[in-house]
Ligand binder design. Structure first.
Ligand code: NAD
Ligand code: MG
Length: 392
């Protein structure tokens, strides 16, 4: 029987590639799709994949979709998105939303005991222990889509036959290594980053992705978020997760074992590989991706992160070790700052400055419930908006 799949954020970069994977397989059946506002694309996708329920978060867009598409049901607003998840009868939810808006649907899916393929790293950064505890309580599986974490998942699974996510014995695997491309500004000094434009920041050298994560890759905040993501997914303490810059994006992750061996996961940078792994897990399927030709590549290079020029990684480490609401505040301030940078309201170096000031002002509080996280997210956005004005 086909696996019933619900795709949240199907009009985005990850979402569209997931639909490409679906159309290559008899084993996946799409039962629902969602987007924020691009209703025409969403309706087109629903028609192409025989889907009868969709959700649009923007109410006006939902109304237009409902007028144009009479063959199915259109849910509307943030509540509609939750309803789409809860009533889906899905075996697997792919969360490919961007930002902390992904937390609600992550909680809904895991709360229903539905396995979750997680591209939306922000919901794990923000929700942390509460999200992994929820998955444990309901028995839902969390399968990473992020390429580095997919690589680590595969490497750890090989080491821990029969084990799953979150149960890796820290004993055998001593360290996890996340690779970072370094983004378009690798090698530049802080001074040289002062004048860079959104257009330059959006020109990623190895990956073609949505706007927000592309800016996160240019500031290296993406690696900071991924550090927190890895900590929660694999239950590893922060001091055992390293980051190394690898401009070719061929090695996606490494695990350092207790006997001096290090295992690497390699392949050309193509998100369809980790997406297909997550959607078909625990099976593997064929993909039209060329086999790696190392002789053709000739060399792979590695270097340390310049944390002086790219201070977002250090900010993420600091928020991670502070714990509590700090990672939530870090993430919210980053979303506000990236948005302002893309709109031309904040210089590139202002992104780190806004995050730093927001964290400084709000500190960290203990997290008791998801509501305290939603509240911290809201408050951090207000503080960050004021900081943007101060740095414009
Ligand atoms: P994107 O901007 O291309 O797409 C985002 C999707 O979410 C769209 O369908 C959009 O309609 C929807 N959306 C946006 N805001 C929303 C909101 N407030 N409420 C509900 N829906 C909303 O983003 P993307 O690049 O596909 O990234 C999605 C997630 O995957 C992010 O968390 C990103 O960090 C992660 N990720 C992406 C890549 C990549 O290659 N694109 C790689 C690794 C991880
Ligand atoms: Mg990644």
């Amino acid at each position: 029987m086909a696996k019933r799949l619900l795709i949240l954020g199907s009009t985005g970069s990850i979402g569209a590639q997931a639909l490409d994977i679906v159309s290559r397989s008899e084993e996946l059946e799409v039962v629902g799709l969602s987007a924020e506002r691009s209703w025409e694309t969403l309706v087109e996708q629903a028609r192409a994949h025989g889907v009868s329920r969709i959700a649009l978060v923007e109410v006006g867009a939902a109304a237009r979709a409902a007028e144009a598409w009479v063959d199915g049901e259109v849910l509307s607003g943030a509540d509609g998105l939750v309803q789409l998840v809860v009533d889906s009868g899905a075996d697997l939810v792919l969360n490919a939303l961007v930002g902390s808006a992904g937390l609600g649907p992550t909680v809904s899916a895991l709360g229903e005991g539905i396995d979750l393929a997680l591209a939306n790293k922000e919901s794990l950064v923000v929700g942390g222990e509460l999200v992994t505890a929820l998955a444990e309580a309901t028995g839902a599986r969390l399968i990473p889509v992020d390429s580095e974490h997919s690589a680590l998942h595969q490497l750890i699974a090989g080491e821990e036959a029969g084990g799953g996510i979150g149960v890796a014995r820290v004993g055998t695997v001593e360290r996890l290594v996340l690779t970072a491309s370094g983004g378009p500004f690798r090698g530049r000094s802080r001074e040289e980053l002062r004048e860079v434009t959104p257009e330059q920041a959006l020109a990623h050298p190895t990956w073609n992705m949505g706007g927000k994560i592309t800016i996160d890759s240019a500031t290296l905040m993406n690696k900071g978020l991924e550090l927190i993501e890895a900590h929660h997914l694999f239950g590893f303490p922060y001091e055992r997760v390293d980051v190394v810059v690898h401009p070719q994006s061929i090695v996606h992750g490494l695990v350092v074992l207790c006997d001096g061996a290090t295992l690497a996961h390699m392949g050309y940078p193509d998100m369809r590989v980790p997406i297909a792994y997550a959607l078909h897990y625990p099976e593997r399927v064929e993909l039209p991706v060329p086999a790696l030709d190392l002789a053709e590549l000739g060399s792979l290079t590695f270097e340390r992160v310049d944390e002086e020029a790219f201070s977002c990684l250090a900010l993420a480490r600091a928020a991670a070790s502070a714990g509590g609401t700090a990672p939530c505040i870090l993430n919210a301030a980053n979303e506000v700052a990236v948005h302002a940078f893309l709109a031309g309201r904040l210089p590139f170096l202002g992104i780190a400055a806004v995050i730093d000031e927001t964290l400084e002002q709000l500190g960290s509080s203990p997290v008791h419930s998801f509501d305290s996280l939603y509240e911290a997210d809201r408050e951090a956005r207000h503080v960050a908006e004021d900081a943007v004005l101060a740095h414009a």
